[in-house]
Write a protein that binds this ligand. Structure first.
Ligand code: HSE
Length: 418
């Protein structure tokens, strides 16, 4: 495809993102890209576009030799997988925003890209309007990436902001996120951290060459956070955010997870409100860099799809440099986390599993402690998300190794023994 060639698009999906893209393309005539057909599920819905643009037959798009780009922005995972694989096999380039499908099938899709030589781009699938995938892929094309952490789900950030700053109830905040088009059709995906971990698994591939199924990455959402946690956060001058984090450890492996976290007020992420996303990258010489932008919504997501379409004019493909040109890194469980845990009763908390407990408050109805726990505990046990227990990471939570003597002394002092 040369740079002057017209891109003829077959679009799957005309929901929040699909319609957004349709409008955005109309306002970008310089791109020389036009939508030839749109495949939708229900033919009889009233839509703001000419009727003859639409079909319900996917093969009309997938088998049209004139269509050289398939843009897929539908909701269902397996149909999206089928569309993307057929399109690549039929020699078409593909732009997709189906983060769940991409995250769950990435190893297969990597092979298919190699086999077909076609391009599969998906910038919109992580952090919507923020060009984080292409930056990780191209700009951080080296092994000096120390850490990356971010707020990668707009809905949960929107809910936390509205609950704690405007005192909206969880239900009302979620309803508003749904009305504004930020939430997944199954809001559990947002609230339980599944959407965030899907995005995080994609970003880990482009940051470190890690291809890990999202279900193997330790994660949780905001569903266990209590009002009393927000009170403690306020006392300590922290904000509560759902943070995706990855850090290269001294052993060369990567600590990675998605969990709620107390964020200090001078942390870049505390600045990220509502449906905005933010990513802080720490690299060898540049120190910290902060990417910020809208992480959900019609036009912000469509803008990333548009940018991918534009990149196809010059045959852009992800090279997966960290995976294929460097030594890909691996995730590890061999580190510790500093955590805050709030709970109704001590009997739900295996205190002996903590390396140390540095603070505890046992008098109020809702009790809490701050302590250090091996990361493995979160992977292997479930007590921290059961019986109304809430676990929130403390700021800068990752501890690579422990000074055991110092910790024992601290615990004994707190227990009033010395
Ligand atoms: N439900 C997603 C979010 C939409 O809230 O971030 C954008 O991927």
């Amino acid at each position: 495809m040369d740079a002057h060639k017209q891109l003829t698009i077959g679009l799957f999906g005309f929901g929040v993102v699909g319609e957004g893209l349709y409008k955005v393309l109309q306002q970008t005539p310089s791109l020389k890209a036009s939508i030839k057909k749109v495949c939708v599920k229900h033919a009889d819905k009233k839509r703001n576009a000419p009727e003859d643009l639409f079909t319900t037959d996917k093969d009309v798009l997938l088998n049209d030799p004139e269509i050289n780009v398939i843009v897929e922005v539908i909701n269902e995972t397996e149909p999206a997988f089928e569309i993307v694989t057929t399109a690549l096999n039929n020699g078409k380039d593909v732009v997709s925003a189906s983060k769940k499908m991409l995250a769950e099938h990435l190893p297969f899709l990597l092979e298919l890209q190699q086999k077909t030589g076609r391009s599969l781009l998906y910038e919109a699938s992580a952090c919507a309007s923020i060009p984080v995938i292409r930056n990780l892929e191209e700009y951080y094309d080296n092994d000096l990436l120390h850490s990356i952490k971010g707020i990668v789900n707009g809905s949960t950030n929107f809910i936390l902001t509205r609950m704690f700053e405007e005192k909206l109830s969880f239900r009302d905040a979620l309803l508003l996120a749904q009305q504004l088009g930020f939430a997944e059709s199954d809001p559990k995906l947002d609230v339980e951290g599944i959407d965030a971990v899907n995005k995080w698994s994609l970003l880990l591939t482009h940051a470190y060459g890690i291809t890990e199924h999202p279900s193997n990455i330790v994660h949780n959402g905001i569903q266990h956070i209590q009002l009393s946690d927000a009170v403690v956060a306020q006392e300590k001058h922290f904000e509560i955010k759902l943070v995706a984090q990855a850090q290269k450890l001294q052993n060369g492996k990567v600590a990675g997870f998605v969990l709620p976290q107390f964020v200090k007020q001078d942390d870049h992420l505390s600045f990220v409100k509502n449906e905005y996303n933010g990513v802080v990258i720490e690299s060898g010489f540049a120190d910290k860099q902060f990417f910020y932008g809208k992480g959900a919504g019609s036009f912000p997501t469509a803008s990333a799809v548009l940018s991918d379409i534009a990149a196809l004019r010059y045959q852009y493909q992800y090279e997966y440099k960290k995976k294929y040109h460097h030594k890909p890194l691996e995730l590890t469980d061999d580190f510790y986390l500093r955590v805050y845990v709030s709970f109704d009763d001590w009997k739900y908390i295996p205190r002996e599993h903590f390396e140390s407990i540095e603070e505890w408050h046992a008098d109020a109805d809702r009790k809490y402690l701050v302590g250090i726990i091996p990361f493995k505990e979160l992977r292997e046990q479930n007590w921290w998300k059961e019986n109304n227990t809430s676990l929130i990471l403390m700021p800068d939570p990752i501890i690579e190794s422990l000074d055991v003597r110092k910790l024992k002394k601290m615990s004994l002092e707190l227990a009033g023994i010395i």
